[in-house]
Ligand binder design. Sequence first.
Ligand code: HEM
Length: 362
Amino acid sequence: MDLPSGEPAGRTGTARRTWEWIDQRFGLSALAYPVPQHANALAYTLGGVTLGAFLLLVATGIYLAQLYDPTPTAAHSSIVDITESSFGSLVRSLHFWLSSIFIVTLTLHLLRTFATAAYKAPREGIWLSGTVLFLLAGGLLFTGTILKWDQEAQEAFGHNVEIADLLGIFGFWFSPEFTDSVSLLIRTYVAHVSILPLLLGGVVGVHLLLVKRLKISPLASGTPDEIDRRARDEVQLPFTTHLARIAYWTLLVLGIALVLSALRPAGIGPEGVEGIEITKPPWYFLWLYPLENWFGLDSLVVAPALLVAGLVLLPFLDRSRERDPRRRRSWIALAVLVVLAWAVLTVYGYVTVPVSHVEEMG
Ligand code: HEM
């Protein structure tokens, strides 16, 4: 058990003096500030686990960056080389599976904060910074798909170029014409390993500072008055206990990623051919595939833009004091509809026969 100061109990003599020496210099006991007990439930730890998965992605990504060559003529073969060593293949597979786990825990975290109305006053800023994180995560997944430079990657790349055209002046950075001196693949690589992770790290910092300042939202059960009363009486535990819970779940995530990597190592197809379309996107973008079949390329911009607009507007549209999901039935029904639509589109995208969109891509 920890003392309220964050200092482990039962330390005497040298151990106590060593702790005091370290604490005076690094202020570790400041980490033991009180947080409500309910913050240690798994549902309230998902943001931390998402951060844990992100840090594991950075660690495995740093290793891969030592061996990956982002020039268009060498990118594919450098990945084949990585895959040929058993350690390289393991790290690449871990990076691959962790990226899926990251997007799953991130989405569950979003759904938890939605279900418990954590976006309501005064936490709108936390929700909006979360929406930016959602976009950045999407950017990281998309740029990561392109880097392996096989057929699936070439097709994602082709869509990137087409979407840049569609966005006109706003798409200039994604266009191959932006500069003659550095290929778009190298610029995509720079975005994946530097620009997007740095932005994500910075915005996570803002997100966490806001959570620390505004405190975690109360348990969302009962009328607003009951919720406030329970929050005042709730037991508080040191934040270090919360950190230990996050570390526990993050280790479990690593274990799951290791098992998945052993069972299904990340594959790579033959080098991509430009201008044909025979693959489907990875599972997290599969919901967009039928939409593109039915409504064309525009839907790849319109559908995500509608989703993000909904996330941005939510805290300003739902302004009641109610937090309990049972007392916010229409909002919960709307979210269930969105999740169902996502699931149906994903399954449809999975079973549907691959269709070429190259004509419409010009
Ligand atoms: C890289 C992505 C993200 C990371 C690392 C992250 C991290 C965190 C952490 C550590 C917390 C503290 C409580 C918890 O773990 O549940 C938190 C709270 C919160 N996050 Fe995130 N988050 C991310 C994305 C998002 C997204 C996409 C949204 C929603 C659009 C969001 C909205 C919130 C809200 C509203 C809270 C306050 C929760 C409360 O007071 O109950 N976050 N986030």
